[in-house]
Design a protein around this ligand. Structure first.
Ligand SMILES: C[S@@+](CC[C@H](N)C(=O)[O-])C[C@H]1O[C@@H](n2cnc3c(N)ncnc32)[C@H](O)[C@@H]1O
Length: 409
């Protein structure tokens, strides 16, 4: 049940409140140039000085991307210095990336049991919470976590919440309450920081009203210091064009900047490869090589007519019958989709073979290392991968959050 003060907070903010809110939300620094369609000027830029790493004369390897993924091994997850509660965890893309940045998932919570199974089987400190988020309380979460000292709560609530948030009666719809519930839990648990991620459509749906309402609610409910950015995975050397809006809040006022370049294991070679390719991004072919025998690599059998159709589609073109895109091997792929067909799109067509990509191939484009195995049915696996934040994008943001938390008094 929402309290009356929450109802007040949910009124669309007045123009002056809006201005204050904009001033409180510190956008990422403006970029000079991005090939991946920064509309709001918040994407990373590349310039000659920055992309040629100093003191590193090593040329970019033929497949710097797979070498980088291989360097993100499970051993990096031992002894995480920070505690993380993950809500709406899905298959764990956000969790995995944040774990590499030192945030050990203590609670992995999602209403879909198979998704939670993926997280707890892959992340060594994660404990399952297979409940509807609307039923969660501080007591329940901290009991599972085994501590009340939580450094970060991260979540990407389902996107439909926002398309109905601004509509009349939206709060009576359970989906409309999920994002708000997330900020209620932040106010209760009071972690050092929170991370909220979503699709870029959030910024424009309902003429931006839902985003303003949500950000105002986050600010009023938590009192945290907020920062947001719109980041594209391709700018961080992930071979996929995928944008995410990220809102980060801190309990204390500390300096914080969003990442602008790939960092960590294998980053120098990726930065060099991006420079060599004149900012065209990492080719999807790099992600799709050497997959035979890996887990989650069951190939979907198509009938002869579909195979014949797929065979004729040019790389980068679309099949007119089922609206599936064929990957261009020379470019980053389009956004990896959930693959259900029922409104969530379908898996892309393989660049060379007349078939859709497998779960493992989609996971490669999303920057999941090969040791990360997805549980559940094939449909559930495609959904987990298609819904995920690319782990290496989450890693970059996590590193910056860890840095900022280190500055807490
Ligand atoms: C966009 S996905 C999250 C993806 C995840 N952040 C990642 O990086 O892999 C949203 C998730 O919210 C979950 N969800 C939807 N309704 C829920 C509810 N009422 N309670 C808990 N989880 C819910 C879905 O099962 C889905 O896994």
């Amino acid at each position: 049940m929402l309290k009356s003060q929450d109802r007040v907070a949910l009124k669309p903010p007045s123009k002056s409140a809006d201005k204050t809110l904009r001033m409180n939300l510190v956008a990422a620094q403006p970029r000079r140039r991005s090939l991946f369609k920064s509309k709001n000027g918040t994407l990373p830029f590349w310039d000659a000085e920055q992309i040629h790493p100093k003191n590193d004369s090593k040329p970019a390897g033929a497949n710097a991307y797979l070498a980088r993924l291989g360097a993100f091994n499970k051993g990096l997850l031992d002894k995480p210095p920070f505690t993380l509660i993950s809500l709406f965890c899905g298959g764990g893309g956000l969790d995995l990336g944040l774990s590499f940045a030192g945030f050990g998932t203590r609670v992995a919570s999602d209403v879909a049991p198979a998704f939670v199974d993926s997280v707890v089987t892959n992340l060594p400190h994660a404990r399952a919470c297979k409940e509807d988020a609307l039923e969660l309380t501080k007591a329940k979460l901290c009991k599972i976590a085994g501590t009340t000292n939580i450094d970060l709560i991260a979540a990407g609530p389902p996107c439909q919440s926002f398309s109905i948030l601004g509509q009349r009666g939206a709060l009576a719809d359970p989906r409309g309450k999920l994002a708000l519930k997330y900020f209620d839990l932040i106010a209760e648990v009071k972690p050092k920081a929170f991370l909220f991620e979503n699709v870029p459509g959030l910024l424009t749906v309902n003429k931006g009203e839902d985003w303003r309402t949500l950000a105002a609610y986050a600010k009023q409910k938590t009192g945290y210091h907020l920062h947001f950015a719109r980041l594209n995975a391709a700018d961080f050397g992930i071979p996929q064009i995928r944008e995410r809006v990220i809102l980060v809040g801190f309990r204390e006022e500390v300096p914080f900047d969003f990442p602008t370049l790939p960092s960590g294991p294998g980053a120098a070679a990726i930065i060099a490869a991006l420079a060599e390719r004149d900012g065209q991004g990492i080719p999807s072919a790099w992600a799709l090589s050497d997959v035979d025998g890996l887990p989650n690599h069951g190939i979907r059998e198509h009938g002869p007519r579909v195979r014949e159709r797929y065979r004729k589609i040019e790389p980068g073109a679309r099949d007119r019958t089922d609206h599936t895109d064929r990957i261009d091997p020379e470019r980053p792929s389009g956004t990896v989709l959930v693959g259900s067909g029922g409104g969530g799109g379908r898996p892309h067509i393989h660049p060379v073979e007349p078939r859709v990509i497998t779960v493992r191939e989609a996971a490669r484009l999303q920057s999941f290392p090969d040791w990360y195995v997805f549980q559940g049915t094939s449909t559930a696996q495609y959904r987990q991968v298609g819904n995920a934040v690319p782990p290496l994008l989450a890693y970059e943001v996590g590193e910056k959050i860890a840095e900022a938390i280190g500055r807490f008094k």
